[in-house]
Ligand binder design. Structure first.
Ligand code: FES
Length: 173
């Protein structure tokens, strides 16, 4: 032993081995906890996430953009809330995601492409293509998120700036 580790006494060497074993055990034990607390790669520091499908799988941006202009795609957005994404006239992703949560009593609603409206089936509220109220009882425009292509995927992040539809601070901030 002294030949292999000439600068260490036997006791020092055993202490070293014991310390290394303890350290590796602690690190191995902390790894799963660390994984839990560290943000997942698809979550950023601003609370943004990558859009997923109903099965929790990341949705490639190319899949959304393959749809015709003006089509809407429903994805799992911030906090898992269903969120509409829009393909623009130019075949790009519209920078707003529209949260599928009626501002009257929270029903989800379909997009009616023929009428160019979101139509809430619960009490008849109507919203235009950008989420403005056309007919109540919904009192407020639909919530927005930022939406952008990031690499192969779509990043949604909280909208905290001025609501471009009203020119005011968003009601949800
Ligand atoms: Fe949509 Fe009442 S919940 S109109």
């Amino acid at each position: 032993m002294e030949e292999a580790y000439p600068s260490m006494s036997r006791r020092q060497f055993l202490n070293f081995l014991t310390g290394a074993t303890v350290a590796s055990t602690v690190v191995a034990g902390l790894y799963p906890a660390g994984q839990f607390f560290l943000p997942r790669p698809e979550t950023d520091e601003q609370g943004g996430i990558l859009a997923k499908d109903i099965h929790g799988k990341l949705i490639p941006g190319s899949q959304i953009l393959a749809a015709p202009a003006h089509s809407r795609a429903l994805v799992a957005g911030l906090s898992g809330e269903p969120t509409y994404l829009t393909v623009t006239e130019q075949g790009e992703l519209h920078p707003w995601g529209i949260v599928d949560n009626c501002t009257h009593l929270g029903c989800t609603f379909p997009w009616n492409g023929n009428a160019n409206q979101f139509q809430c089936p619960c009490h008849g509220s109507l919203y235009d293509a950008e989420g403005r109220v056309l007919r109540g009882p919904a009192p407020l425009p639909l919530r927005l998120t930022h939406a952008k292509i990031e690499g192969d995927y779509i990043r949604l992040s909280p909208w905290t700036e001025t609501d471009p539809r009203t020119g005011k601070t968003p009601w949800w901030v």
